[in-house]
Design a protein around this ligand. Structure first.
Ligand code: ZN
Length: 248
């Protein structure tokens, strides 16, 4: 079990953080990052994604605004660290790949039919992630009424930054984050605009199925999704953290 791919991936993310150490001149902050990753050495579990958690994004894709969280999952095999960059699926074979920048939560405790307080205590780490989506394929699958896995679960489809301390983000109702592509602001996220805020999401999901320590929640993308191209330079900003990611 200790040689499972997601374990090596979790370690890769930790290693990515450590390799960044020399570039970070804020030592206190650097220690926070190191500590949180030590606490999160549990392997990454399932990745639960929330579709249409921002009304503006639901509308931009011509979807109805949901009345309950719309959930789907990605497998652990889809996860890569931001430090490894994004490898685009061949557009000739797979069509357009879209970026979706999302606030991501990792749990350090199990949650089953949880209360708000339990949800609050279970959050161990926070980061930004990319929910990569083969949009042409997804549209075809949606039109047929088929599941989306082929469009959402490919290797590299879940790109995660390193975990930050959750305390910085308070009750998660006022978290701003941005995605820039080639220095142009593409997605301007604000958790205040979530249809289902973070704690309520965790409670709702935990009543549908159990969440376990290590599981990751991708909380949904704000409006501004679009096509990724090879050569794009991505900049993610969350609190005082910034990630640079190259698309190949
Ligand atoms: Zn998404």
């Amino acid at each position: 079990m200790s040689q499972s791919p997601h374990m090596s991936l979790a370690n890769a993310i930790v290693a990515g953080v450590n390799s960044d150490k020399n570039n970070d001149n804020d030592n206190d902050n650097d220690n926070d990052v190191k500590n949180i990753n030590e606490r999160l050495r549990a392997p990454i579990g399932k990745i639960v994604c929330v579709g249409r958690n921002y009304a503006a994004h639901a509308r931009e894709l011509g979807n109805e605004v949901p009345t309950a969280p719309m959930l789907f999952m990605k497998p652990t095999s889809s996860v890569v660290s931001m430090h490894h960059g994004v490898v685009l699926p061949n557009p000739e074979q797979f069509g357009e790949t879209h970026y979706e920048a999302e606030l991501c939560i990792q749990l350090t405790e199990d949650l089953s039919a949880a209360t708000i307080e339990q949800a609050q205590q279970a959050i161990g780490g926070v980061t930004l992630g990319l929910d990569l989506t083969l949009r042409d394929l997804q549209t075809t699958l949606k039109d047929k009424g088929h599941p989306w896995e082929r469009a959402k679960c490919f290797d590299g489809a879940c790109v995660l930054g390193e975990w930050l301390e959750p305390q910085v983000f308070g009750d998660f109702k006022n978290v701003q984050y941005q995605l820039y592509i080639n220095n142009e602001l593409k997605q301007d996220g604000d958790s205040a605009l979530m249809l289902f805020p973070v704690y309520e999401l965790l409670v709702n999901i935990s009543h549908a199925f159990s969440l376990q320590a290590g599981d990751v929640i991708m909380t949904g993308t704000p409006s501004g999704v679009g096509i990724l191209q090879a050569g794009d330079a991505l900049t993610f900003k969350l609190s005082d953290h910034e990630w640079q990611v190259q698309v190949r």
